[in-house]
Ligand binder design. Structure first.
Ligand code: HEM
Length: 228
């Protein structure tokens, strides 16, 4: 018989999507509670700080989305490829508006971004479960809290439509229905309890990499960052 589960560990038979949500709850709160995100949502930053975040996202999504050929070649991985999701082109359009046509020469990636991209190169293009953990963390977040970020960027920072493509998914009319389908695809991955736990560990790592990035961005863009 399986040992009784500890809090946050994979329950026998529990769908992966349910496990990921509970297993990352604390890390989600931590990311959401960083001073960079708090200040962004309170309207206390400037557009240059958001442009910096978009530049970091460009490096991160380039690494994540480079896994596509690997996924397509795998019967189960292929079920996680959605034409509606890739964000690299959208970020390139946003950066052209936010920074200018020569944005590639003007932006720089932070050390936390380099670490995040390196982790993605290690796991997302070699392990379907690892890709699932990172893609879940990014895309379901973009389709959830990301929509609140978009509203703040437009209303408070007056960022024009041409620069919020990252948070605009023309192929997704109803994010909730899309997220339900995404969760069904995650749940259909043939994972045993041990591998589900490895995927949850990787998702916690993904959240931590985001939190580390927000802390570095706070050091650059906030006079006195309040993060621990
Ligand atoms: C501005 C900061 C944020 C806000 C206000 C926010 C808000 C939310 C909300 C309200 C949901 C629930 C949506 C639903 O049940 O359909 C959600 C889900 C989610 N968020 Fe965030 N979030 C923020 C930052 C982040 C960050 C930084 C990440 C990771 C990079 C993230 C990843 C996720 C994920 C993966 C989910 C899906 C959870 C699940 O249903 O399994 N969020 N967020």
């Amino acid at each position: 018989m399986t040992a009784p589960t500890l809090e946050g560990s994979a329950l026998e038979g529990e769908p992966l999507s349910v496990h990921l949500r509970t297993a990352t709850r604390t890390q989600h709160e931590e990311a959401e509670g960083t001073s960079f995100i708090g200040s962004l949502m309170a309207g206390d930053l400037d557009v240059a700080a958001y442009a910096d975040l978009a530049a970091q996202h460009h490096a991160i999504y380039s690494a994540l989305e480079a896994a596509e050929p690997f996924l397509r070649a795998d019967r189960h991985g292929a079920r996680l490829v959605f034409g509606e999701l890739p964000r690299v082109r959208a970020l390139e359009a946003d950066l052209t508006t936010l920074v200018g046509p020569s944005w590639r020469d003007e932006v720089r990636t932070l050390p936390a971004t380099e670490r995040y991209a390196a982790r993605l190169r290690d796991v997302a293009g070699t392990w379907v479960g690892g890709y699932a953990a990172h893609a879940y963390t990014r895309y379901l977040g973009d389709l959830s809290g990301g929509l609140a970020v978009k509203a703040i960027l437009q209303r408070t920072y007056r960022v024009p439509d041409e620069a919020v493509n990252f948070y605009t998914f023309p192929g997704i009319a109803k994010p909730k229905l899309f997220k339900d389908e995404y969760r069904r695809r995650l749940d259909a991955l043939p994972l045993d309890t041990d591998e589900r736990e490895r995927v949850a560990d990787e998702a916690r790592t993904a959240f931590r990499l985001n939190t580390d990035l927000f802390r570095e961005l706070a050091e650059v863009h906030l006079p006195t960052p309040q993060d621990p």
